[in-house]
Design a protein. Structure first.
Length: 396
């Protein structure tokens, strides 16, 4: 059964797979087994442009092609400019490498004390637990690693990573990523989360995953029970456009929220996909309706073959400027650049501070109006002194 509401723009349906029994469609194993992983299979479902065909034929040299049937249904097969289609179908631009681009744009390899661990910040580590994803984003920061199309041959060593975390008491926060950690079996996730929870100095675990977006069927009651058992677990999902916000994703997020998993979203600013305020406002409103807090908006990393997808940084700043004060504060993500070479995430904000003097800070609000806030306490005013002021007298 297919449902589509133009009022809410929530979509729930099987599309080209409408003949598949519903009970199969809802199994994440079926979705994985029936992924589109070759240009020949892709052409059975969609007429590719020359640009896309060239990109698909090159994909196995850079980052494998993989699309779940569920996510494929969200793209417009008649429109090459569809914001979902542009994220997931390779383009010829992936073959072009510009001088500023790097295989490891945020310097993870240089901050790796043991295989699979990235320790850049003093109190937290990134723990890479797999090189596989359900589908592959064409702008992936770790395209050197995921899918192994570039013969990186990453094989995570769970025990070495866990031992490093155990012997490093400064680590209070562990972020599981990859690849996508939710592709691990329940048994392996249960073991991994159990080991981390048993480490006294680890206060909580975060999971970075696009599985709820590519494969919401994976968010099963059994998986949610594991999260309940080993909490606090926090999760960052990855939605870039409102077209990705479906009934099935909404239901997956509800299951996670009811399991006690706080949800945030990390978007990547992408050229002609979400680099305008209307697209971003629609997205953040949908996220809030799904119990997901917009967390980061990333400037696209300088990964090789990504220039055709990278938006102008100034577009990101303008989006934040036009969101602030014009929508719910919870809906305004932090725009960041993950500094090339390993400098970490650096916030990039519109200028709201006009001047700081010895006595005050001068601010511009979201409307551009000027306001002043004193930096030092003034002389107290007694009641007699106060009476000398007119009731409508203000500082500005």
């Amino acid at each position: 059964m297919e449902k589509y509401s133009s009022a809410d723009n929530w979509f729930d349906g099987q599309g080209l797979w409408s003949d598949v029994p519903r009970e199969d469609w809802l199994k994440w194993g079926w979705q994985l087994r029936n992924r589109i992983t070759s240009v020949e299979k892709l052409q059975e479902y969609i007429e590719l442009t020359e640009d896309e065909l060239e990109g698909c034929n090159y994909a196995n040299n850079k980052l494998a092609l993989s699309i779940t049937p569920y996510f494929f249904n969200l793209m417009d097969r008649e429109d090459p400019n569809c914001p979902v289609r542009k994220q997931i179908i390779p383009r010829a631009g992936e073959k072009s490498i510009t001088p500023e681009e790097m295989l490891d744009p945020v310097g993870e390899d240089s901050s790796s004390p043991v295989k699979g661990i990235v320790h850049r910040y003093p109190d937290r580590v990134l723990f890479l637990v797999t090189d596989r994803c359900a589908s592959y984003c064409r702008y992936c920061t770790r395209s050197r690693l995921v899918s192994n199309a570039q013969d990186y041959n990453f094989h995570p060593d769970f025990e070495a990573g866990l031992e490093y975390i155990e012997r490093t008491p400064s680590i209070r926060d562990v972020l599981l990523s990859g690849g996508d950690p939710l592709l691990l079996t329940e048994r392996k996730l249960d073991y991994l989360l159990g080991r981390l929870k048993a480490i006294p100095h680890v206060q909580f675990v975060r999971i970075g995953s696009r599985i709820p977006v590519f494969l919401p069927q994976r968010i099963t009651p059994k998986l949610c029970d594991i999260f309940k058992k080993h909490g606090p677990i926090w999760m960052s999902i990855h939605v870039n456009h409102a077209k990705e916000c479906t009934v099935e994703l909404k239901e997956a997020c509800t299951r996670l929220a009811y399991a006690g998993v706080p949800l945030g979203n990390q978007s990547v600013l992408l050229k002609d996909i979400n680099d305008d305020v209307d697209a971003m406002k629609q997205l953040v409103h949908k996220l809030l309706m799904m119990r997901v807090r917009p967390y980061y908006l990333y400037q696209c990393d300088l990964i090789t073959g990504s220039s055709h997808l990278r938006a102008d940084v100034r577009k990101g700043i303008e989006i934040i400027r036009k969101l602030r004060g014009h929508t719910t504060g919870y809906g305004v993500p932090q725009f960041v650049i993950d500094a090339p070479g390993g400098g970490g995430k650096i916030p990039v904000n519109p200028e709201y501070v006009k001047e700081i003097t010895d006595s005050e800070i001068i601010l511009n609000n979201f409307q551009g109006k000027e306001y002043r806030y004193p930096l030092v306490a003034g002389k107290p005013i007694n009641n007699q002194d106060w009476n000398q002021f007119s009731p409508d007298e203000v500082l500005v």
